[in-house]
Write a protein that binds this ligand. Sequence first.
Ligand code: ARG
Length: 403
Amino acid sequence: MQKKEINRVVLAFSGGLDTSVIVHWLKENYDCEVIAFAADVGQGEDLEPLPERAEAAGAADIHIRDVREEFASQYVMPALKAQAVYENGYPLATALARPLISKHLVDIAREYDADAVVHGSTGKGNDQVRFEVSARALAPDIEVLAPVRHWELNTREDEIEYADRHNIPVEATAESPYSYDRNLWGVSIECGPLEDPWNRPPEEVYLWTANPLEAPDEPEELTLEFEQGKPVALNGNKLDLVDLIEQLNDLAGRHGVGRIDMVENRLVGIKSREIYEAPAAVVLLEAHRALMDIVLDRDVYHQLQRLSPKYSELVYNGLWFSDVRESLDAFVNRSQERLTGEVRLRLYKGSAVVNGRRSPESLYDRSLSTYDEGDEFDQSLAPGFVRLWGLPLEVAGRRRGRQ
Ligand code: ARG
């Protein structure tokens, strides 16, 4: 491929050491102008110091966008409706935010007539895949650069030394051994002592959840209301999605709900120990599932359950902007047209347990299921049904008898 000239780039900027060093490195290696971009995806970090840091690092301009609403409604919602949970544990917080960030990078690149977008991910992870595949899907004519994959700064010390040498101010905070990525849908934590999968996670790694052992001794009941698969109210209060998720993170986090400890399979073939905190995600996925139990037709429900692992793989593997994801969404959305109703749960020392569900669209029919008074199920229909249902096995049994 012919190498395009790079005059101006847009960088996904966090204000941390890596992306600050990247600003300078890009200018040095490409002699280009660097536009920084930072998104508020609900990470709960202060973004106010970012413009100053971007400028100090040498960026020509910075854009900060609050994309929480877009993230919640267009990325988190489809994933919740599809019950997308990677390898039975990870609700995909990081994986869902990357395509959104790429979309805005590309958007700003167009605005500035930039030649490339830049991310700070390494060559060993999933995030590089998500950033790049998403950016190329949306803008095949724009380059994607990933300096961390080929620069000569191999350790944190190298980066600090580089920053000092080039007068890039870096925060002198005590270095945490952990790597964090956060947004509305959860916190992802890696590195340090977690790299030994036998090590119990030190209590200090957790940012959003109480230790279940120290969580309140009183359980807390809550109700969630859904309309067409979308959570719309918490404890009777109508809330927009962002507020609902944020409040639920608080509420469930206080009870130690949402801690996940797993070893997962990265797309690049590496197994990786991960800690996640996803209080709202865990509660909403549970509640949503419980509502589907009563509302969805059996076959539709089973089909959705088959598609969930596929959906989560697509998201995990960076294929958000694909026809297949959109096609699956079409099925999922159709399946949730009647998914309206309420679920109640109890939060207690790390668990969120559903203990009630109701819906005007419920298919649950007590006159059919009851063993008490009011039974309308005609049991005389059962013998023929059961006999024919098992007929193939009966025939096979007769063959075995002959042999
Ligand atoms: N393993 C998760 C994923 O691939 C989280 C990665 C988070 N990155 C981080 N810097 N901690 O989605």
